[in-house]
Ligand binder design. Structure first.
Ligand code: SF4
Ligand code: SF4
Length: 264
C-alpha cells in the first residue's frame, strides 16, 4: 500500500507542494484518473498553517492535507473509486458524475460545477503508474514529503500521527513531528540585568510526569510537544532562590514571560 509521510519539522511552509499540484493538474486531463483541476477554488494539496505562542516566542506550524486520500471515502462511496492494488484512492470522473454529496461530506474534496464531478487528490496515480513520484512529493525541496510503500516506513509510522478518526480505515497519510503545544519563558537576574543561563526548569505534566530542561544562552526555555491541561513549573539556579508557578492552564501554546530570580 502506498503512503505519504509528512515530516512537519522539515516543512518550511513554502507552498511548493500546493503549487506543484496546480502545475500537474490544471489544464491537464489525466483520464481516466482525473479531469482538469480548476485554477481557483480547489486545493487537492491543501496547505494549513497555525501560529503558536506569543511575541517574541512564536512558532509557525505548516502541514499539507490530501483530502482525496481520506480512507473514509472508501466506506462512503466505494463505487466511485478506481480499483487499485497499490491502495491509492482515486475518485474516477466517469464514475462520480453528479456526486456532489461526496464533496459536501469530505474536507479536501471539491465539486466541479462545470464538469459535474467531485475532485480531489488522486495521489498522482497517473505518474505512479509510470514509476514516478507524485508531483508534490517530487517538488518538495526540504524532504518534508515522502512517498512509498507502507513497509518502507514501518518504524516511522509507529511514531506518526494521522488525521483519520478511529475506525475510518487504514490511513495513507502520516505526520511526523507535529509540535502540538509548547510552554516557554525566560529567566533573568534583575540585579545584574542579565539573563540566567543554565537554570534548571522542571515541568510537571497533568499526569504527574516530570520533564526537565535548562535555560539556553538567551535565558530562554521551551517545552515542546505537550497538550492541553494543568501544569506546574519550577525554576532553580545556583545563587538564586527557587521559584515556581503552579496550576496554570494550557489551552494554546504559552509564553509564560519573564521569571526574575531573587539572589540568596
Ligand atoms: S513543498 Fe514541502 S516544505 Fe514546502 S510546504 Fe510543501 S511539504 Fe512543506
Ligand atoms: S499527489 Fe498529486 S494530486 Fe495529490 S496533492 Fe500531490 S500533486 Fe496533487
Amino acid at each position: 500500500m502506498k503512503v505519504f509521510m509528512v515530516d512537519v519539522a522539515k516543512c518550511s511552509g513554502c507552498y511548493n507542494c500546493q503549487i506543484a499540484c496546480k502545475d500537474e493538474h490544471c489544464e491537464n486531463d489525466w483520464a481516466p484518473y482525473a479531469a482538469p483541476q480548476p485554477h481557483s477554488g480547489q486545493f487537492w494539496c491543501q496547505m494549513n498553517q497555525k501560529e503558536h505562542g506569543q511575541i517574541p516566542k512564536v512558532r509557525v506550524e505548516y502541514w499539507p492535507i490530501f483530502g482525496g486520500q481520506n480512507p473514509a471515502i472508501a466506506d462512503y462511496a466505494p463505487e466511485v473509486l478506481m480499483d487499485r492494488e497499490d491502495g491509492l484512492q482515486v475518485i474516477m470522473p466517469e464514475k462520480a458524475k453528479g456526486r456532489r454529496d461526496i464533496a459536501e461530506k469530505f474536507a479536501g474534496v471539491y465539486f466541479n460545477e462545470e464538469l459535474d464531478i467531485p475532485q480531489a487528490c488522486t495521489g498522482c496515480a497517473h505518474l505512479v503508474d509510470e514509476g514516478k513520484l507524485p508531483h508534490c512529493v517530487d517538488l518538495c525541496a526540504t524532504g518534508a514529503l515522502r512517498f512509498g510503500e507502507r513497509e518502507e516506513f514501518t518504524d516511522e509510522i509507529e511514531k506518526a500521527e494521522t488525521l483519520c478518526a478511529d475506525g475510518e480505515g487504514i490511513p495513507r497519510v502520516y505526520y511526523l513531528n507535529r509540535p502540538h503545544l509548547f510552554i516557554a519563558g525566560d529567566v533573568w537576574d534583575p540585579v545584574d540585568n542579565e539573563i540566567v543561563e543554565g537554570a534548571e526548569v522542571v515541568l510537571t505534566m497533568p499526569n504527574g510526569e516530570i520533564r526537565k530542561t535548562e535555560t539556553d544562552d538567551f535565558g530562554d526555555f521551551y517545552f515542546y510537544r505537550i497538550d492541553e491541561g494543568t501544569y506546574d513549573i519550577a525554576i532553580k539556579a545556583e545563587g538564586f532562590k527557587s521559584i515556581e508557578r503552579k496550576g496554570f492552564e494550557l489551552s494554546e501554546s504559552l509564553n509564560l514571560g519573564d521569571f526574575p530570580l531573587e539572589r540568596v
